[in-house]
Ligand binder design. Structure first.
Ligand code: DC
Length: 219
């Protein structure tokens, strides 16, 4: 049986940064499930599908093939055969992913892919429903969170460092809107699994969070 570690939490809590570092230290594959929902959303945006039209999204979703490969330890997402990694990390695609991921039919397809990857390899997988739904039998479950003020400020600093113009209040409002949608949807909402360990990173450095999660994993 492979070793599976689940990390869930709201947008901007630092899940991917932490999971990547822990994967490296513990020699695990890092499975970024948000990237799969982002690829699905990217397809809908490219095809001009109205994101309010659930039926159209379900129909269009049938034409989507998402394949995951690991190239030099990095997860590469192929959308209908094309490497789309470079297009996934924008705010617009993240918000569209949050909308598309509300739909059960879309989730089902991606959950199957995630479960297959976890069965094949020792991995650390991050998302919203990993501990509660995708990998209920994961050996370790972590719920990583931080206050919305701290998450917004981290995102703001990241964008400023990239030279992008941005507004802290707008980023915070977007984060809170995304939290609400992810936590209140009907299918697999974001919530802490009963057997997950809570880590609040609001007042921790990245290195402290990595050390804490490795400590939890080695317990
Ligand atoms: O983690 P992220 O920001 O890349 O995720 C983008 C969106 O995808 C997120 O707002 C909700 C959705 N998502 C999900 O519903 N379930 C997951 N396991 C991962 C992401």
């Amino acid at each position: 049986m492979s070793l599976n570690i689940a990390i869930d939490g709201p947008a901007g809590a630092g899940k991917s940064t932490i999971a990547k570092a822990v994967a490296k230290k513990m020699n695990l594959i890092y499975v970024d499930t948000g990237a799969m929902y982002r690829a699905m959303a990217l397809y809908m945006v490219k095809m001009n599908i109205d994101l309010k039209d659930t039926e159209k999204i379900i129909e269009a979703g049938k034409n989507v093939d998402i394949t995951i490969r690991y190239e030099d330890g990095v997860q590469v997402v192929y959308l209908n055969g094309e490497n789309v990694n470079a297009f996934l990390r924008t705010e617009a695609v993240g918000n569209a992913a949050s909308t598309v991921s509300v739909i059960g039919e879309i989730r089902q397809k991606l959950v199957e892919l995630q479960q297959k990857l976890a069965a094949e390899s020792d991995c650390i997988m991050d998302g919203r429903d990993i501990g509660t739904c995708v990998l209920p039998n994961a050996q370790r479950k972590i719920y990583l969170t931080a206050s919305s003020d701290v998450r917004a400020k981290r995102r703001y600093d990241e964008l400023v460092a990239k030279g992008e113009e941005c507004d802290l209040a707008k980023i915070k409002a977007d984060i809170e809107e995304r939290d609400y949608r992810d936590m209140h949807r009907e299918v697999s909402p974001l919530k802490q699994a009963e057997d997950a360990i809570l880590v609040d990173s609001s007042y921790m450095t990245i290195d402290e969070v990595i050390a804490e999660i490795i400590r939890i994993c080695e317990m």
